[in-house]
Design a binder for this molecule. Structure first.
Ligand SMILES: *[C@@H]1O[C@H](CO)[C@@H](O)[C@H](O)[C@H]1NC(C)=O
Length: 380
């Protein structure tokens, strides 16, 4: 009730509103504790419109406006992201970054998956995307949580149990059948290179997924002892050399995905996990079980992950050696939260230029030399 009042004070008679102000003013230093929206959630009216991005001269022209609207135009690059009220500031920055660096931004089509029961309705999220990116080609789909809710088991971090994390397993069903390839992106990324380069990667040997592989990561740690000590279960990897990959950035061949019924394969592992705990993380391990050792290895520059630090405690991370095309704040810390708290990690300043949110009225911007030094240090 109180939050509703703060959210739309204009509905109140002027007298009541003034009274409310009078009551609140003495506590303005403590206002954070009962502000609307709750900490970590974005106030949709604070997003500003992104600059308009136009195609370069060499871009393929869409066959017709109607095709672009229906997403079946073969010249389109398809990007899938989830959209929810908690991470929306990250999603907006991610979209902004893709458009800013794309050689043909008008040929990028976004597919957004929103949860049925989010704090913000899919309609509100749609309105926000439309007002922030007025000429964007996009569609918002509603993900019904009951698709997966009974398959989700507890994990080491609450955010990993969000049903929307599992939406990537259902893209073959959710998206129009004419969409046969997508780039899946998490909401906590920024792209600092031309997305068309990632789009044009070949998935060889009828591979279904492309992603950077990390073969030095100790693969044992992604599954429990129970899993490794079970002779039948652990045999799943006997004919491949599994490497860790991160499911936050994937090129997915959706026609192979649909044909191979991979949705069902992943669900079967989730069903097993409900009965016998074979891993501790959220939506990632079932992807590893089905695809590890069988993904198209994409250059590491396309997923500089882990910038959010540890999964459980606060920490900062540095980049992996090598060039950078995509920065990924996987882990517990999110750059928008750390920046607002005035406790940013050094690399959070690379996220800031893509932020379209006016967080507070008195943000102290990072010294600009900070970001420019960092940006020249990265070789894209
Ligand atoms: C990987 O981790 C497991 C369990 O933590 C450990 O027993 C094993 O020695 C590690 N392997 C390597 C190559 O470090």
């Amino acid at each position: 009730m109180a939050s509703q009042v703060l959210h739309s004070p204009l509905r109140l008679p002027f007298f009541a509103f003034s009274l409310l102000l009078l009551l609140l003013l003495p506590f303005s230093s403590a206002i954070r504790t009962f502000r609307y929206p709750p900490a970590g959630f974005a106030d949709f009216s604070r997003f500003s419109e992104a600059p308009e991005y136009r195609n370069g001269a060499d871009c393929p022209s869409s066959s017709s406006a109607a095709d672009t609207a229906s997403s079946c135009d073969p010249s389109l690059v398809h990007i899938v992201m989830t959209l929810d009220s908690e991470y929306v500031r990250g999603s907006v920055a991610a979209i902004h970054s893709v458009l800013k660096h794309a050689s043909c931004p008008e040929n990028v089509f976004f597919h957004f998956i929103a949860a049925e029961f989010d704090q913000a309705t899919p309609r509100e999220l749609t309105k926000l995307v439309r007002s922030t990116f007025p000429s964007l080609n996009f569609k918002v789909y509603i993900f019904r949580e009951d698709t997966v809710i009974n398959l989700i088991s507890s994990s080491i971090r609450l955010a990993l149990e969000n049903p929307l994390n599992y939406a990537r397993n259902y893209l073959g069903d959710i998206l129009d059948s004419c969409v046969d390839r997508v780039i899946y992106l998490d909401s906590d990324v920024v792209v600092v290179d031309d997305i068309h380069k990632l789009w044009n990667i070949k998935l060889t040997d009828s591979r279904v997924i492309g992603a950077p592989e990390y073969c030095h990561a100790n693969f044992t740690n992604y599954f429990t002892e129970k899993f490794w000590s079970d002779p039948v279960l652990s045999r799943v990897f006997s004919s491949r050399k599994p490497c860790y990959f991160n499911t936050g950035v994937m090129v997915m061949d959706l026609s192979r995905w649909r044909l191979g019924n991979y949705k069902k394969k992943i669900e079967s592992w989730m069903e097993l996990q409900k009965r016998t705990r074979i891993y501790d993380l959220g939506s990632l391990p079932p992807f590893l079980l089905v695809f590890a050792g069988n993904v198209e290895p994409i250059d590491h520059r396309w997923n500089q992950h882990g910038l959010g630090g540890d999964n459980v405690k606060d920490s900062c991370r540095t980049l992996h050696p090598g060039p950078v095309s995509l920065l990924h704040w996987s882990g517990k810390g999110k750059p928008w939260v750390r920046l607002d708290d005035n406790k940013p990690c050094l690399l959070d300043h690379l996220w800031k230029p893509y932020d379209l949110y006016r967080a507070t009225d008195s943000t102290s911007p990072a010294p600009s030399s900070y970001s420019s030094t960092l940006i020249s240090y990265l070789s894209y």
